[in-house]
Ligand binder design. Structure first.
Ligand SMILES: [Zn+2]
Length: 442
């Protein structure tokens, strides 16, 4: 508690805008290269300072110089219950200022939006969490169960220097956590003026990065040559890139599609869900990749001179598998790639999936409905990955729930890592109210 009286400090809904703005003004661009990644320590120190102001002590841990993550604990009234982990990353993907309408690190407010890199991914949620916790500390509110706050580095490059580091090296800081909320979920998708779906993430596809290596006979580029590593690799890469894996509807996606078809009044053929998905407009992209495994070639490397046939060539394939499908995908891919290419498994992060039920899900639904009578929560699967994959290694049941009410015409998924990333100010304040209700009931 601070000595301020309850009437003199700002409300959480007022303060969230300022907190988010401050965070947006800290350039914490994660380039994927530890040498050029900046700002994570400054962001973590900012959060630690805001928590310290209201009497919450932070643990800062660095996986490498400047790669700072923060963990803090808010004691609950019933310490016998498992803790709830509330996590958000502090890094952002880089932004090219010349492409933006405003400077990406200026935290400008215009047209009802707060603009900046990280405005929805995910300094908005970081600020909401801070705003709620600061308000509770000032007014003496204690949550029912322990809340563990984790603000992480390096999510945008896979979390090795952030969430995975915390889980692998400092699991004691997360002790007792049984469930978690973080990105990417809790946002609204408007069906009609009185019906909004709120997509809550209950599953994430797995990630496998493969490196393909082709070898051949080196030689002069002017000769007839039938054992060319570049040609062999290119053929394999083209086969992989054009291959479409079969549709598989997992439990999460089945519930999502049923609810969406009902809400939109469209017929759903479970064997051909792509028709229904195509009708989802801006979120079709988000959902389309969750009904099949995918394998996309992303990098090529070969050669050192224009007239020399190299002895080797390599390519990277970014594979994303549905829960329980990773082994099958690798087998199928092996056939598509063919026999003469060596396959190296570079990164493996298994898919995660939990069921859409229980007290925590009920608390999410109740909090959303209290603030938006037209809210209907639905589970969905994220085709990408988040820090949840790291926390799930500790047996924590992870949800994407960073509540945000969005205008009907906003193309939300395009804003992730996109130009002119921005968050509606009233949506941010809505998120604070929902989060506050949810955390009090959780
Ligand atoms: Zn993110």
């Amino acid at each position: 508690m601070t000595s301020e009286s309850a009437s003199t400090h700002p409300s959480a809904t007022d303060e969230v805008v300022e907190l988010c703005r401050d965070l947006l003004r800290i350039d914490s661009s994660n380039t994927g290269d530890p040498e050029t990644t900046v700002g994570e320590r400054a962001a973590a120190e900012y959060v630690a300072g805001k928590l310290a102001e209201v009497g919450v002590e932070s643990q800062l841990r660095e996986s490498a110089p400047g790669r700072t993550s923060l963990v803090a604990r808010i004691p609950g009234t019933d310490p016998g219950r498992g803790a709830l982990l509330v996590h958000g990353h502090l890094d952002v993907v880089p932004a090219d200022a010349s492409e933006w309408s405003v400077h990406p690190f200026s935290g400008e407010i215009a047209d009802g939006y707060l603009w900046g890199r990280g405005a929805i991914d995910m300094k908005d949620f970081d600020a909401m969490v801070l705003a709620v916790v600061r308000d509770w500390q000032r007014t003496g509110i204690r949550p029912p169960r322990d809340i563990v706050l984790a603000f992480t580095a390096d999510e945008e490059a896979g979390g090795e220097y952030g969430a995975h580091f915390l889980v692998d090296r400092h699991p004691e800081l997360l002790e007792g956590a049984t469930e978690a909320i973080g990105e990417v979920g809790g946002f609204s998708y408007t069906v009609s003026p009185d019906l909004r779906l709120y997509l809550i993430e209950t599953a994430e596809k797995g990630l496998d990065w493969l490196r393909l290596h082709a070898r051949g006979r080196p030689g002069h580029g002017s000769m007839v040559h039938d054992d060319n590593a570049v040609t062999a690799l290119a053929e394999a890469v083209a086969r992989v890139g054009r291959h479409r894996f079969p549709i598989v509807v997992t439990p999460t996606v089945r519930v999502f599609l049923e609810q969406v078809s009902e809400a939109l009044g469209i017929d759903l053929d479970p064997d051909d869900p792509e028709l229904a998905i195509a009708k989802l407009g801006p979120i079709a992209n988000l959902i389309g990749a969750t009904v099949r495994n995918t394998a996309n070639p992303t990098r090529l490397a070969a050669g050192y001179k224009d007239n020399v046939i190299p002895s080797r060539a390599s390519a990277t394939i970014d594979c994303r598998s549905l829960p329980g499908q990773s082994e099958l995908l690798m087998e199928q891919l092996r056939e598509v790639i063919g026999p003469d290419i060596e396959v190296e498994h570079v990164v493996r992060q298994p898919a995660i999936e939990t069921s859409f039920d229980g007290d925590l899900v009920d608390a999410m639904a109740a909090a959303l409905r209290a603030e938006d009578p037209g809210a209907r929560p639905v589970p969905y699967m994220l085709s990408g990955g988040t820090d949840a994959k790291a926390f799930a290694k500790l047996g924590i049941r992870c949800f994407g729930f960073a509540p945000l009410r969005l205008p009907a015409d906003l193309n939300f998924s395009a804003l992730f890592h996109g130009i002119d990333e921005r968050v509606p100010v009233d949506g941010l304040q809505f998120g604070v109210r929902v989060l506050d209700r949810f955390l009090r009931q959780s």
